[in-house]
Write a protein that binds this ligand. Structure first.
Ligand code: 6MZ
Length: 330
């Protein structure tokens, strides 16, 4: 499997969370504030409050290093062979963590995992948080460019994420255009909530290389046409949308709309910690809900390779591997 949409701080498992909390007894975090259990739901707004709580728990560079290594190992254990992780660089005055030292910690975690020779390739996208506004967005892109040069292909792109009710897409056009110019690939959260046609149209004009969620794209014929014309792949996260209540039920998930149209889609987890899932479960849920055959599931996973941001050499190697694995998977 390939995981292309995973936010680091949303992907922390309950085991790792317990270890982090044990190191911070002064933080009084009530149960259930870092994970939404099976069968439970929250409003999307509450999910963003959960991220703020998690950020209090991961406030030091050593936390970020540990979390990165644990998350990569867990994806590898789930059978993910290629992972694009994303995270928002963060300053924490109380601990002296800076956006730069934050990114250094993530990239060190990825490097250490590489040394462990896990069976997984990892790339990284630097996240621009909508809530932080245009000036921070430009700083973040500048940092992404610096690390793109110094990490030899690990930093491959930029993500636009954060609370979709915060800010406006136009605030980020300049920063995202600069990222593109520097050769960074763009994955943008678009139309995660209703009535964002104007902003979505503006951002689709960049154009992005992939779209996160796009939950409400199909309520506008014009947006659907634009996305179809560019064949922009959609990163779809079923459990996340169900638990965050932007999708009423799995059979009404927009996976069905785009899949039936033969539009490129990639199944992802979004926040495997917060939403208590993993990528195998997401494939299973899609297969059960939309009655996909084993062959169709294999194809979904195979076609995801076309949409990764790594080099064509990596793509070719993954495709060869997937072809070799095919008989055992069907
Ligand atoms: C938009 C999301 C998100 O970056 O601190 N994030 N942004 N929509 C979503 N759907 C549920 N899930 C996570 O990871 C947590 C951050 O990722 C973004 C938010 O900005 C959140 O604060 P990092 O590693």
């Amino acid at each position: 499997m390939k995981e292309l949409h995973a936010h680091l701080n949303g992907s922390i498992s309950s085991d790792t969370m317990k270890r982090l909390m044990a190191q911070k007894p002064d933080l009084q975090i009530p149960n259930g504030m870092t994970m939404i259990e099976k069968g439970k739901k929250r409003r999307l707004e509450e999910c963003f409050q959960m991220f703020q709580i998690i950020h209090q728990i991961t406030s030091r560079t050593e936390d970020i290093l540990m979390v990165t290594k644990d998350v990569v190992r867990e994806f590898a254990a789930d059978g993910v062979k290629y992972l694009e992780l994303r995270s928002t660089p963060r300053d924490e005055n109380a601990t002296g963590m800076t956006k730069r030292s934050y990114l250094e910690a993530v990239l060190e975690g990825i490097r250490q995992c590489n040394e462990e020779e896990l069976d997984i390739e990892v790339r990284f996208l630097v996240s621009v948080d909508r809530r932080a506004g245009s000036t921070v967005a430009k700083q973040t892109v500048k940092l992404a460019e610096d690390f793109q040069l110094s990490t030899d292909g690990v930093v491959v792109g930029v993500d636009l994420s954060g609370n979709p009710t915060a800010g406006h897409g136009r605030d980020f056009l300049e920063a995202l255009t600069e990222a593109r110019r520097a050769g960074l690939r763009l994955s943008l959260h678009l139309s995660e909530i209703p009535n964002r046609e104007e902003e979505t149209k503006l951002l689709l004009d960049l154009p992005p290389d992939r779209i996160g969620h796009g939950t409400f794209l199909h309520s506008s014929r014009e947006l659907v046409e634009l996305v179809k014309q560019n064949r922009t792949p959609l990163e779809l996260c079923l459990t996340s949308n169900l638990k965050g209540q932007t999708t009423p039920s799995s059979d009404q998930h927009h996976f069905g709309f785009w899949y039936r149209m033969d539009h490129p889609v990639v199944i992802c987890t979004d926040d495997k910690g917060v939403f208590a899932t993993d990528l195998s479960q997401e494939y299973q849920l899609a297969a059960d809900t939309f009655q996909l055959s084993k062959e169709q599931v294999w194809n979904l996973s195979y076609e995801a390779i076309d949409h990764i941001f790594a080099s064509s050499r990596t793509k070719t190697a993954l495709k060869e591997r997937w072809q070799a694995l095919k008989p055992s998977m069907l």
